[in-house]
Design a protein around this ligand. Sequence first.
Ligand code: F6P
Length: 319
Amino acid sequence: MGRIAVLTSGGDAPGMNAALRAVVRTAVFNDVSICGIEHGYRGIFDNQIRALDRYSVADIIHKGGTILYTDRCLVMETENGPQNAAELLHKYDIDCLIVIGGDGTFHGAQALARCGIKVVAVPATIDNDVSCSDRAIGFDTALNTAIEAIGRIRDTSSSHNRINVVQVMGRDCGDLALYSGLAGGAEYILVPEMPYDINEVAAKIMKGKEKGKMHSIVVFAEGCGDAKEICTAIQNVTDIETRATILGYTQRGGAPTAFDRILASRMGEMAVEMVLRGEVNHAVCYRGGEYISMPLDEALECTHEFDTKVYETAMKLSV
Ligand code: F6P
């Protein structure tokens, strides 16, 4: 068997380091040599590869970001990109690759698998848009970051009797908006999975005002539109002073929560164990509270199910 390599790719997510630690330590535990590819898939083309040992991953379980750096590698999306990457990996004597990242990273892994590289994919993205897994590494931390911010915004919203519109990350997936909206007690939640009407948002806020609500919070996913435009539209209809906050990259950094550290540790360990028993071209998934493996092609066919029940709960409780 050639060497095993690991990389992190796409948007970083808190807990990627904990996953790297688990991958490396499980390899070391099994006397298997492992190397890290820096800057995601780009590192394959740039030959940014280094050996990893137990000390390389010391003191990182609690750190946000990724010590291997990350990148969105457009070359992997070109026609010959994956084939060229596979040839380079063979040249480096790497025949098995563990990738840690989101949806784009999973598609890159699938392309490499079709070019003869053995891959195992581990979901890590604050968007939680890897449909085969209920949870991706980093989502829980981002969620906690968002609700802390919403709590602070709620204080000033209340003092000024304003409407505060809060934009969280999530281009195509509204999970971060949904759960931070529920946990943050938002009056309204806008997600890309559901169409919305700004007049309905305004009507609910006005109804709340008639009942004595002094301020309102609207949480929305970035995929729903522009923060300024949504803010202005709500202010125009309600005639209540409205302010917008974009939480942005604060959601991508910071120390991972206990949940993400445990998720990352279990998934990283499992990825190496799958490689060792030849269960490759698979994804590691957390489904229904269990850690399972799923063929990558099947994993990428899973469709994301937006939890309308949770959405209804949030809307009901903010009446
Ligand atoms: O990691 C996913 C994500 O956070 C999206 O929600 C967001 O649109 C995107 O990354 C922004 O990433 P970048 O600016 O680093 O490409």
